[in-house]
Design a protein around this ligand. Sequence first.
Ligand SMILES: Nc1ncnc2c1ncn2[C@@H]1O[C@H](COP(=O)(O)OP(=O)(O)OP(=O)(O)O)[C@@H](O)[C@H]1O
Ligand SMILES: [Mg+2]
Length: 356
Amino acid sequence: MTETHLGAKAAPVRFEGVSKVFGKDVVAVDNIDLYVEAGRLVTLLGPSGCGKTTTLRMIAGLEMASSGRILIGDQDVTKLPATDRDVSMVFQSYALFPHMSVLENVMYGLTFSGYAKGEARTRALEGLDLVGLTGFDSRLPSELSGGQQQRVAVARALVLEPQVLLFDEPLSNLDAKLRRQVREDIRAIQQDLGLTVVYVTHDQEEALAVSDEIVVMRNAAIAQIGNPRELYDAPNDRFVADFIGEANLLACQITAVEGNTATIEIEGYTHSLPARGLQPGAATLAVRPSRLLIGADEGIPATVAKATYVGVRMEYTLTGGFGQVFAVHDDVDTPLDPGAEIRMAFAERGPVLLPD
Ligand SMILES: Nc1ncnc2c1ncn2[C@@H]1O[C@H](COP(=O)(O)OP(=O)(O)OP(=O)(O)O)[C@@H](O)[C@H]1O
Ligand SMILES: [Mg+2]
């Protein structure tokens, strides 16, 4: 990689009570507060229609906030048009110019913002180098694979050295293998250059893989903000537990709370875990499929309803008085058979109580 100054201008983004209402009553974004630190990659994650793209477009100035304030760096940009903001966006559909070469595509924005041709060319070549496309400069977009086209789109946004770089579902046109590779490339470039990136996806695995922080959105509002591990290990409610990875939800009784530790009981089996502010009584437990211990000596009685070999692990559906759970197990060599009567327990840091 060549010496580069790209990324030097990375700035933080702040939303203060920002809403966006379309027409009379479509509330696409409802009073959100958000802070994206300079040089970090923050993902907006949530189901279709929850307001992710609208939030991103308000950072770009492609939509104007109906109320609240948006700051980029120290500047209040709430009323600033897109052309006056120092932001670039990478779209799901690449949006490359089909009749221009790769180099011309990457140079386009630079020439447009007033760079002399020589300087624009140098910077564009530097950008192509960063995304691993050295030597592809004279090709047309139609002569590239989907992943390469997406890299050109990334280079084109990068070379403008924006204060903030925005990605709206940048990988959704790629197949699974390429998705993993391009997402790793985007993350590596972001970290190398210390770029501020706001990244939209509805794919929870992608969000867990690339993010410093994840903002889970639901119905135009923020459901929870946290780093990948916090969201996976300690979701605030059923929605987040279910949206970030698979979660088994089990009814339990909190039998005692001492300090911050609760003791719960399910069918005679007890387990201690953080109380998260709850008091004794009925509660809901979320347990990840990999954190169910199956075939333990002691635990909740369960029957293996289904056993599926998927190569790297076994997947089990277990039924019992608790209802039905989904479990995964690394041991593929001695699988349990359907119909087996077993005991199911929780890993040490397995289940979490849901405060809602
Ligand atoms: N220009 C518009 N006019 C009216 N309603 C809009 C407009 N743009 C978005 N909406 C509505 O605002 C809500 C949020 O849309 P948005 O595009 O932000 O969702 P999203 O989270 O990006 O969804 P997806 O995952 O499907 O892309 C939706 O109900 C949508 O129908
Ligand atoms: Mg969208």
